[in-house]
Design a protein around this ligand. Structure first.
Ligand SMILES: [Zn+2]
Length: 241
């Protein structure tokens, strides 16, 4: 594994081949709710459990609004909510979500949508939740998704980020926590925008943001963004989402 960091920066140029034949019959057949492959790969050193497994089940909503992000397209409104008992500050979480979704490498780069955070549920097209493992598991299960309390998920109108992953990412991710956080926000919001899962295009290449990077990188390098070097960066769509 030489120079993955360099590849992360450089490999998204014309050399990237997106049209590899897919031989990933083992791709998880569920959304981010499957509990199969991660457990088999969890051979890294677990980080200390410094987060609560459960909270109150009640959520605090981030107050205020963000500026409109993006240059063109329909305006979607999102809300940010943090479960009480997570120990996480709702304003801080909202600021991170705003920063990710407002980044020029995020979905607004399509120039086909704009985003703005709002505080009122009635005004929001979707809500980004930060929830403890037990609460997120319960919420995802209400939509038919099994996360095992491990992964994040998305239900219609609801992005549900698992506190454990927000604080610890995953073993062997190979990138700073901030990159994993940007990945999980972009990935789950991508589902809300209609995106399906994608496969790693090839060893050493950047992982598409719609790859299930929580389950492992499959030889790709961690990547948090749907747009790399100004262009949409995709892998082959994986059936079964
Ligand atoms: Zn997913």
């Amino acid at each position: 594994m030489v120079g993955l960091g360099v590849l992360l920066l450089l490999a998204a140029t014309a050399t990237v081949t997106l049209a590899r034949a897919g031989e990933r019959a083992t791709a998880p057949a569920t959304a981010d709710g499957g509990r199969t492959s991660y457990a088999a790969r969890a051979d890294g050193q677990p980080r200390p459990a410094t987060y609560p497994r459960t909270g109150t089940g009640d959520f605090a909503t981030a107050p205020g609004e963000s500026p409109v992000r993006g240059t063109d397209g329909p305006l979607l409104h999102y809300r940010v909510a943090v479960e009480q008992g997570t120990g996480q500050d709702v304003d801080s979480f909202a600021a991170t979500v705003d920063e990710v979704l407002g980044d020029p490498r995020s979905w607004i780069a399509s120039e086909e949508l704009r985003l703005r955070r709002v505080a009122q549920a009635d005004d929001a097209d979707f809500t980004v939740h930060l929830a403890t493992p037990e609460t997120s598991e319960r919420m995802c299960a209400e939509g038919g998704l099994s996360t095992g309390g491990h992964t994040s998920c998305r239900l219609p109108g609801q992005v549900i980020i698992n506190l454990a992953r927000w604080l610890q990412a995953v073993p062997d991710y190979g990138a700073p926590l901030a990159i994993y956080r940007a990945y999980v926000v972009n990935h789950e919001v991508g589902h809300e925008l209609g995106e399906e899962h994608q496969a790693c295009p090839g060893p050493g290449e950047p992982a598409p943001v719609m790859q299930q990077q929580t389950y492992g990188l499959d030889g790709c390098a961690a990547n948090a963004w749907p747009y790399v070097d100004g262009s949409r960066y995709d892998g082959e769509v994986v059936p079964g989402t």
